[in-house]
Design a protein around this ligand. Sequence first.
Ligand SMILES: Nc1nc2c(ncn2[C@@H]2O[C@H](COP(=O)(O)OP(=O)(O)OP(=O)(O)O)[C@@H](O)[C@H]2O)c(=O)[nH]1
Ligand SMILES: [Mg+2]
Length: 445
Amino acid sequence: MNVIVALATPLGRSGIGVIRLSGEGALDIVRKLVRNPSFSPEPRFASLQKIYDLETADVLDETLITYFQSPQSFTGEDVIEISGHGSPVILRQIIDSCLALNARMAEAGEFSLRALGNGRMNLSQAEAIRDLIDAQTAAVARQSIRQLSGELSNQIQPLKDDLLNIIVILESSIEFVEDDLPEFQTEKIKAELQEISQNLEAMAATFQAGKLLREGLRVALVGRPNVGKSSLFNTLLGTDRAIVTEIAGTTRDQLHEKFTINNIPISLIDTAGLRETVDVVESIGVERSKRAMIDADLVIVILDGSEELTSEDDEILTLVKDLNHLIAINKTDLSQKRISISNTIGISAKTKNGIGELLNSIIEPFSSQNIENNGFLITDARHYDLLSRAKLEIDSSIISIVEAASEEIILIGLHNAMRFLGEITGETTTEDMLTRIFSTFCIGK
Ligand SMILES: Nc1nc2c(ncn2[C@@H]2O[C@H](COP(=O)(O)OP(=O)(O)OP(=O)(O)O)[C@@H](O)[C@H]2O)c(=O)[nH]1
Ligand SMILES: [Mg+2]
């Protein structure tokens, strides 16, 4: 394999910057950089080396060079890491020298792709490295580390083993037996398939929490003007971010801010109060509020408890009917009018009364998931999709068994399920898919 090179640390000024080379011949390139044809670094030991300009022989940098001999390296090939001073100019010059010596710039994720090709890790582990690097919160990083250590593949492997056993029994009954399988055996296979299906479903179900952990929850505050949306926005964030006045129609543009509830990232959106208006600016704001409602994972409708419900309130309540929503009655510190709606949460943005309860209600549907009990979560939509598809295929085979279909028919779903499970770890992944997946990696990984 040809030698690839890339900067492994972010581009910019820093204490050190690390350049990584991988491939047969990496050591020859480095020998030329250090102008020492017999340079033979001991694997896994750092050695202090000057790197010279290829043409002028001027010293470019003083570096630490570490050699990882194939196959004991990240990619499984000869890998060399050059730790130079973190000057973008110097690092660029060293990389250019490597390119002049016939290395080629690595593509996004190419180091990981080679590691996969050389059996150093499976696909879900490579994806875990990408997710770890991209993680925005400690909770996501923890899940990625668990995936990296093979937890996902370890959970899937026994299911694949069971599935393979069943496939072997069915295949051999086609090959060798004249009659159909005896009933006790098909019953047993059916029960085993049902168990596999349930296991896959349980794994896929953790994606709801996993996605939340990774992407956070978009929560939009909506209501007619002056009910206290911006006041609640500020109270939840604990800052005076939004302008609050007693004038109806204060908020025009949407405001977005992030905060967390029990480690769950929340993206909070304050919107313009919804009402019919002839004001051009305000009416644009109203349109945006409606869009924000549709895009949100959760809508919090705010009503003013000190006033009667208005037709505007009624309209908003109709709008959110089919959306995931909560209803909060604000201004409970003032004398209250009777609002005959069930399942509301009384709050006061001013005194902070009821805010704790509101926070709990926001994350309630997710806290019953494994988030606190530290379970392993599916965080990648690709894995979720494959698990769900594998389950559906198995379910269709179960139906075929119930319908006393032939072994050939039953096997179709089982082979498909096997292929989908194999795609998670990369055994049955096509070349294009790999290219697509690895293009989401960063260069130098
Ligand atoms: N007493 C009391 N007043 C509140 C409370 N929340 C908000 N207010 C007052 O209600 C008025 C409107 O508050 P805002 O937060 O600007 O209301 P809004 O829903 O964002 O209004 P628009 O941006 O115009 O749609 C202000 O005078 C706030 O001080 C509360 O819990 N109790
Ligand atoms: Mg406002």
